[in-house]
Design a binder for this molecule. Structure first.
Ligand SMILES: Cc1cc2nc3c(=O)[nH]c(=O)nc-3n(C[C@H](O)[C@H](O)[C@H](O)COP(=O)(O)OP(=O)(O)OC[C@H]3O[C@@H](n4cnc5c(N)ncnc54)[C@H](O)[C@@H]3O)c2cc1C
Length: 489
């Protein structure tokens, strides 16, 4: 797919800024002669257009879902490449923004698979299981406290929403197990005090992070491969993709019709000028290292004394680093009063324990601090339903990983992208004048996930109906696509 011979369309509005100093590219659908496409766009009814702002996982999911139903979709992305936080750095070390694993039992998995977008996914190799280490009591051990894995078998719906995880587990299994379990679950939380969060929220993440066989999968070549496949699919569906275009106001959009704001919540707050768009997120120090390989290095070191995780990513995907080098990625959550250096210091202590000679073997290193970039966390008394709702009124919808949709980490982006597109399509359908004989033919063409909730047939496992394993307690009550109560969203 050669996208380089397309140039951005120009727009003089000051609220729609093009970043032409970068590698600007406009990606248009692979539908033959561009002039045909212009004609079709020119002819099309204004009410069959959907605009998506943001080209990360949420925006790409929303654009694909909308385009599959035949409407015209334009996607604007501020950066010169798509993918958002799921971008992969260019070589020689193919790093994601921090450690990233795709959980295979979420509804997004079936959504991606049905479209042939999963591609090549690496699993943790069985031989590496013996190289899992747990840091507890100041030393590295081969086994975790048994109580943690006993606890991880409990379904999340047994955990209360209103109580914090530490209090709930301490009463069940004692404070040591509670602390170790909370710190283990931090791999999917990125929060410095996971025990203080809602017990139901943490338990769902503990259960999925400790699942056997492991749920974690890794797109071979990095997450950028996955977003490239999604972008290619969107392109082939005819989505008009404009990169290096930052939208600063919805008034500046040249298109009419529903708008899906698929940016971070922080960016959506500014774009929609809505100070209420806030939710709690994690704050974590990230350390990426490339080291010369040494036989016997651990695969994973999970810190149970404090939240922290170190993983040798080349164990499951050697293509991430040149031969003879290993790529290590770690995340070490830090509290409000702490700096990235505090997290990195903890990472280095684990490296000293687990990776002999790592300092002398280091060939590349990167440190950063991720604040509010790792998805939503729910405090006691709150669930995903309390987060900023998807439907903002007036044909504006939110998608992203901190909005009112279920799932773990990026699954919230996928689920909210599908829900936002479904709501936008419903709005178009409500406004479209119906012509006799057309309605039934149109519906016959729809894929299941494009049907309105009342049209859905139960289908498991799939994006619309997560199986019990994928459901948190509140998801069990879900009635709509992706387990979402769209009325609530
Ligand atoms: C360190 C780290 C580790 C993680 N680990 C995991 C993991 O193991 N598993 C997992 O599932 N998830 C993980 N995540 C979370 C996952 O990366 C995110 O949930 C997901 O990438 C968010 O996608 P999104 O599309 O919602 O948002 P984003 O990726 O932020 O995409 C939003 C896009 O909107 C664009 N944009 C913003 N403002 C504008 C504007 N005004 N106009 C036009 N475009 C705009 C941005 O440039 C961006 O490309 C991790 C995240 C981090 C930071």
């Amino acid at each position: 797919m050669d996208r380089s011979n397309h140039s951005n369309s120009t727009n003089s509005s000051s609220n729609l800024s093009h970043h032409n100093d970068r590698d600007d590219r406009s990606h248009r659908g692979n539908h033959g002669d561009p002039s045909d496409r212009r004609n079709r766009r020119g002819r099309s009814d204004r009410t069959t257009r959907i605009t998506v702002i943001g080209g990360g996982l949420a925006g790409l999911t929303a654009a694909i879902t909308a385009a599959e139903s035949g409407v015209t979709v334009t996607l604007y992305e501020a950066h010169h490449t798509l993918g958002g936080r799921a971008r992969t750095a260019e070589g020689p070390y193919l790093t994601n923004e921090g450690p990233h694993a795709l959980y295979s039992r979420g509804p997004h998995w079936a959504w991606l698979r049905r479209r042939g977008l999963l591609g090549s996914m690496a699993s943790p190799p069985a031989r590496e299981a013996a190289r899992f280490r747990f840091h507890r009591g100041g030393a590295l051990r081969r086994t975790p406290p048994l109580g943690v894995f006993r606890l991880a078998r409990r379904p999340a719906q047994q955990a209360p929403v209103d109580t914090d995880f530490m209090t709930w587990v301490s009463a069940l299994a004692g404070p040591d197990t509670a602390r170790a379990a909370a710190h283990f679950a931090a791999v999917a939380l990125f929060h410095d005090d996971p025990g203080s969060l809602s017990a139901a929220f943490v338990q769902e993440r503990l259960r999925r992070a400790a699942a056997l066989p492991p749920e974690a999968r890794y797109p071979v070549g990095g997450w950028g491969q996955l977003t490239d496949r999604m972008a290619g699919h969107a392109w082939n569906l005819g989505v008009r993709i404009e990169t290096a275009v930052r939208i600063d106001s919805l008034d500046a959009l040249p298109e009419h019709g529903p708008v899906i704001v698929a940016t971070s919540l922080f960016a959506a707050r500014r774009l929609l000028r809505d100070d209420g768009l806030r939710w709690t997120g994690g704050r974590t120090a990230l350390l990426d290292l490339a080291v010369r390989a040494r036989a016997g290095d651990p695969f994973i070191v999970s810190d149970l004394d404090a939240p922290g995780w170190l993983e040798r990513f080349t164990a499951q995907d050697p293509s991430l680093a040149p031969g003879g080098h290993e790529l290590l990625q770690g995340q070490f959550p830090v509290g409000p009063g702490q700096s990235a250096a505090d997290g990195v210091a903890r990472a280095e202590r684990l490296l000293d324990l687990g990776f002999p000679g790592w300092r002398g073997r280091t060939v590349w290193r990167r440190e950063s601090l991720a604040t509010g970039r790792t998805g939503a966390v729910d405090r006691p008394g709150t669930t995903w339903r309390d987060r900023p709702r998807i439907d903002r009124g007036d044909g504006v919808y939110l998608a992203g990983d901190e909005v009112a949709a279920p799932g773990v980490l990026s699954e919230v982006s996928f689920n909210s992208g599908i829900a936002a597109a479904s709501l936008a399509l419903q709005r178009l359908e409500q406004r479209r004048p119906e012509r006799p004989g057309q309605e039934q033919r149109g519906r016959e063409r729809q894929r299941p996930e494009q049907r309105r909730p009342e049209q859905q047939k139960p289908e498991r496992p799939g994006p619309e109906q997560p199986g019990p394993e994928q459901q948190g307690p509140e998801e069990q009550k879900g009635v709509g696509p992706a387990g979402l109560d769209l009325k609530h969203a």
